[in-house]
Design a binder for this molecule. Sequence first.
Ligand SMILES: [Zn+2]
Length: 272
Amino acid sequence: METNETIHDGVMKDVDGQLNPVPPKQNSVQPSVAEVYFYEEDVSLPYYTDRFNLEEGDTVFVEGKMAGKRGQVQKVSHTFRIRSGEYEQIRCVVTFSKPSKLYFSTSHLIEFRARALSVKQVKSWFGIPDEKVELLIGEGTETFRVSDPFTTGVNYEFGMKAHNEYFRKNKVKYLSLENGNGYAIVVDDQPYEVRFRMDKNGTGRALTCSCQEVGVCVHSQAVVFELWELMDTIMGKYRHEYLRFNRFYAVSKDFILPLLMNAKQSGSITID
Ligand SMILES: [Zn+2]
C-alpha cells in the first residue's frame, strides 16, 4: 500500500480525501473456474483460480499456451470438480482501481500521481505478476545524461537501431520516474522491464533490463530515448505538475486506448 494512504472504517483515504474501497483480503478469495474468451484467436478456454475473485467482463492474463494474450472472462463458476493441475491458472487481472487526470504528449499519456498509472497497476495490464523474486543486482559506475541519449556509451549504429526500431515504433509502452527510481516496460517479443536511477541533475545510472543481453540492450537504449523526449515535453508543458509531485507515469496512447475501450464497462473520459 502506498504510504500516503490511511485506512478508516473499511475505506482507504488518500491525500486528496478521495475514498476508495479497501481491496479484498487474500484469504477472502473464493476459488473458481472461469471461461475466458481471447479476441484475437476467437477461442474460449476454461481456467482455474484461487487467487482472484473474478467477475464476468474482467480482462485477464493466463498461464499456459495463451500466456501473454489478453482475454475476457465470460462466465465464472464456484461449483466445480477438477483434477489438480488439469486447468491452467489465471495469472493476473487487469484493474483500473483509481480515477486520474492524464496529460497528452506526442505518443504517450502522462500522469503525475501514482493513481491510474502506478507501476503496480500497469504491470497487470501487461500480464506481469506483482511478485517478489530474489534478484542479484550490480549497479556499476556507468552514468548517462537524459539530455543526450548517446551518453550510455553505445555505438552509433546500435543507438540508431534502438531509436528507429524501438523508440520510434512506440515499443516503450510504459515509463515512470518516481523519486529517482525509473521503471519502464518495452514490448518486443514479450514485455521486458527496464530499471534505472536518476538524480535531480538529470544524470542516470544503474540501467538494467530483464532480457539477457549483457550491458546496454536495445530495450534500455530505447527507454533512454523515450525519457529524453518525455522529459522535454514535461519540462516544456507540465513543469508545474512534475515539480509538485516529483514523479511521472507515462503510458503509450496506442496501448492504453484499446485496453480501456475493451476492459472498461463503465466510467467516463473528459477531454479538454
Ligand atoms: Zn533488454
